[in-house]
Write a protein that binds this ligand. Structure first.
Ligand SMILES: NC(=O)c1ccc[n+]([C@@H]2O[C@H](COP(=O)([O-])OP(=O)(O)OC[C@H]3O[C@@H](n4cnc5c(N)ncnc54)[C@H](O)[C@@H]3O)[C@@H](O)[C@H]2O)c1
Length: 253
């Protein structure tokens, strides 16, 4: 059990890669707090873990709200007594609304930034405050190839939010390294999750993206869990400020 005795908070743990991460963390012995705006999905993840003998707790949280982020960290401390790892995973990609810069509305820009960038910062703000008191921890943030290359063409708000998330990861890694808090980013490739359902509903888009993946296929949510368990565990004790790709070679091509 690589995560025995660790308490891990996963935002957006109700669906997609957040759900897969929560299940994988629990499988490795962690107690998992799942935070999500979708109560049904979040509760279902917690129940799946409990039914297989693990420890899990669901808390309703919208990561764009400071009070919710403070409360989800408090819930982890109340329920399990500490917080060792935080996976800031929750994000939205507003397919059909996000657009090229001159076509994008202020509302969609603001909504995307509030959840993806401000939400990642608020999640980390309260998680780090808890970790500082207990002597350290590991923060993982979900980044994206769209924040590193032109892969996000047509998605100005989403790509910009992920570029911001990458900067947030770096500055927090520098600021808290001497406090024993490591901060890293997971970079998934194009993955088949609820986030991309509408995007991949068009087979030409799905096929074009799959062709850009060196390994020749779209990813599944479970394709990222090996890296996440590594980054959450003490095996990654010398890793901070890094980008960790589970993208089938998408970003490098
Ligand atoms: N799917 C991809 O191809 C892909 C590629 C690169 C990066 N990513 C990133 O990986 C992460 C996970 O993506 P996914 O595809 O699993 O997403 P998903 O849409 O499948 O799941 C996201 C989860 O976050 C929750 N959520 C949404 N808004 C929230 C909010 N305001 N507060 C709390 N929870 C909220 C949703 O209810 C859902 O359970 C995201 O940060 C995403 O940007 C995804």
């Amino acid at each position: 059990m690589r995560l025995k005795d660790k308490v891990i908070l996963v935002t957006g743990g109700g669906m997609g890669m957040g759900r897969a991460a929560a299940l994988a963390f629990a499988h490795e012995g962690a107690s998992v707090v799942i935070a999500d705006v979708n109560d049904e999905a979040g509760n279902a993840t917690a129940q799946a873990i409990q039914q297989s003998g693990g420890a899990a707790h669901f808390v309703h949280a919208d990561v764009s709200r400071a009070a919710d982020c403070e409360a989800m960290v408090a819930a982890a401390l109340n329920r399990f007594g500490k917080l060792n790892v935080c996976y800031a995973n929750a994000a939205v990609q507003l397919v059909g609304q996000d657009a090229r810069a001159h076509e994008l509305s202020e509302e969609i820009w603001d909504r995307t930034m509030a959840i993806n960038l401000k939400g990642a910062w608020l999640t980390c703000k309260y998680a780090i405050a808890a970790m500082l008191k207990s002597g350290g921890g590991s923060i993982i943030i979900a980044g994206s190839p769209t924040g590193m290359s032109g892969a996000g063409a047509g998605f100005t708000a989403y790509s910009s939010s992920k570029g911001g998330v990458h900067g947030l990861m770096r500055v927090m890694a520098a600021d808290y390294a001497r406090d024993g808090i490591r901060v890293n980013a997971l970079i998934p490739g194009p993955m088949k999750t609820p986030l991309t359902k509408d995007l991949f509903a068009d087979p030409t888009v799905a096929e074009a993206l799959a062709r850009r993946v060196m390994l020749g296929r779209l990813g599944e949510a479970e394709d990222v869990t090996g890296l996440l368990v590594f980054l959450a565990s003490d095996e990654s004790a010398f890793c901070t400020g890094g980008f960790y790709m589970a993208d089938g070679g998408f970003t490098a091509l």
